[in-house]
Design a protein around this ligand. Sequence first.
Ligand code: AMP
Length: 113
Amino acid sequence: MDCIFCKIIAGQIPSDVVYTDNKVIAFRDINPLAPVHLLIIPREHITTLNDISEQETMLMGHMLQVARQLAKQHGIATKGYRVVINCGPQGGQVVQHLHMHLLGGRELSGGMG
Ligand code: AMP
């Protein structure tokens, strides 16, 4: 499958991995928008949030737990951070593999788009 994030999971293209388990991996965004900008993605290829089945809602909960843990490890838990999932063209999703952005380390604007 021609998916850049599947290639990162397979180790076919390099990335700065900060967390891995049997369900997800997390790595630094190549074009960071904040001092901490991590992407948390499922190992399984799921295209968008729309493609999450009811059984997979546990996976979303796990991704949020990983985001919280990474926020703590990267020193942004107390001051605050943002978790974002872009979905589909109007949602600004560029990479067609479900991912959660974890952003922090600076004052983020209050705007939502
Ligand atoms: P989105 O707009 O939500 O689809 O975000 C995709 C994100 O993936 C962007 O913030 C990109 O900078 C990031 N990205 C694209 N390719 C790579 C890569 N090879 N390694 C790390 N991050 C990437």
